[in-house]
Write a protein that binds this ligand. Sequence first.
Ligand SMILES: O=C(O)CCC(=O)C(=O)O
Ligand SMILES: [Fe+2]
Length: 688
Amino acid sequence: MEVSVAPILVQSIAQKDAKSVVPQQYIQPPEHRPIKPANETANDHKIPMIDLAGDRNSNLLRDEIARACTDWGAFHVINHGVPIVLLDEIKKVGSFFFENLPMAERLRYACDSNSPASEGYGSRMLVATDDAVLDWRDYFDHHTFPVSRRLPSRWPHSPSNYREVVEEYSKQMKLLAQKILGLISTSLGLPSSFIEDAMGELFQNITISYYPSCPQPELTLGLQSHSDMGFITLLIQDNVAGLQASKDDEWVTVEPLSHAILVILGDQTEIITNGMYKSCQHRAITNANKPRLSVATFHDPAKTTTVTPAFKPHRLIPNSSARRQLTPMFWSEEVINKDRRGSLFVCLDGSIIAMASSLSPSDHLTSVSLPSDPGDHVVPIHIVTNASQLPPEFLKPSPDKKLVVGFDCEGVDLCRNGTLCVMQLAFPDAIYLVDAIEGGKTLVEACKPALESSYITKVIHDCKRDSEALYFQFNIKLNNVFDTQIAYTLIEEQEGGTKVPDDYISFVGLLADPRYYGISYVEKQEVRVLLRQDPNFWKYRPLSELMVRAATDDVRFLLCIYNKMVVKMNEKSLWYLAVRGALYCRCFCITDNDYADWPPLPLIPETLVTDNNAPEEEVLSVVDVPPGKMGVVIGRKGASILAVKESCNAEIFIGGDKGPPDKVFVIGPVKQVRKAEAILRGRMLEIF
Ligand SMILES: O=C(O)CCC(=O)C(=O)O
Ligand SMILES: [Fe+2]
């Protein structure tokens, strides 16, 4: 049975236990207790003051905003356009509610104590656990925008102008917030509507906080250290000091000013500015003599909005020492711990950080810069543990909605036996990391139609092992791939360059080639070292920042490279690519039925057949190697295989340690393949 209990309010404790001690639950651990700041009056420890008067030089104003946002993440504004009497009015009606209404009357507006952020009168906003240390604060929270959330009938009825004042205050704060968000946007060189547009529908809450005087202020906090989660908070306070902002690891008391409004940057501003502007860490302390009142107006994005950084990274992949220097700046872990919503983030090159605005525990989300033509843009990264998180057009392929997606797989020594751990999908507007460990077989199998579909092109770099794992572990026959490794060779050939083997170009090499990307992928090497040290690297959960970054980096360039390659390729090369892709996908997937369950190979297009220079048919041949003969087939450091490859102009692969151990796969035009088979068989007969 649900029992509805009245919330325990600090004010009632304070009255009951006046001049005695605070209950244990309100006592902060020693490291969080307030200590008087040392140089409280020093000038460099004053929150900046910014004059918004209309006649000010706009460049100067922008610079001041930029400096305050970078150094403090908070600033006072004066000449803000909000009538000072309104600031007084809201404090007055608020204080009337807390100080003049009897408790029984106040309790008529009690918020739902079972819900952490419900509207109304309470004292435990967002308290996560029963054993959490409590704040010495009561509050009244109002949902004010969008208007559809607004229920003034649930706001106090007395004083009689209470609701009217809150409504007017809400309107004025929204206008001021829009003005300041515009200034913050322009201070970054962005269009003035940038942040507001990114925010989607504006959500506004007004929280009037009341901090009763406290018998033991040295042991308690009115409000624990936090940063606000939204974009900006506009805060006013009465003449009792108590708010403190963190600056260079010191707590600075924010002077109460009757005519000024304090602007506090929240986490979303830090995200959208890619960490350039910081959200301000702040807290409220208590005092033994006087109660204190503040009014905080929060401006947040809609619950469904995902806020991503507005900037592309300064350097795509910087050298690793630069990244290491930047690492201590990441704040995201703090955010994760703070809201315990399991949100993820990625610092792609040390400069991107992001978190979704409002997430359910399963809805991990982060973002990344996605290279495209023209210009780079930032897209979210979704960690998928359930198929419903994937786009429907992917799950149900259709000829009406042909797709091209970047694709890769990670695992523990990925092959027929090596466990598949993550499948990465790069769409033009999002990256999906399909978590095969958490989501299991059901999730991977939900992707089967897409991976087998001819309506969805999978752009992949070297499909052989990924395909093998999908086939043996999930009975998925990877189909319709655009293998960039093969495409690279075909383009070289088409453009008259020297013939290079199909498996010649590594992914790092491809990215480094200025014709396709021209960046160095240094982190790949770091991950390779980690993988060597711990082959289970991809198995751990939750996915670490490095894992998310590495998995994402492996697919985020693929669509861009595809676009660059596809325009270079003639029809014949494209046909070769399709056939070889199909042969490479199946080559390691040999079973007793000799690929009988695989789909037919693509047919030579009519247009090419009628042409004089029709392409040659390509085949895959599997050569069985008798026990003890693999060594001679491969030769010293692969010299023998290489020689056959070169003389026959065919591709030759062996399964190696990952298997199958006793077969050689030859792919190429029929004539060349036959020649290679003959040489290989000859080698096997050699006696030495
Ligand atoms: O009371 C104050 O001054 C701070 C209030 C605050 O930070 C909040 O409600 O988030
Ligand atoms: Fe706050």
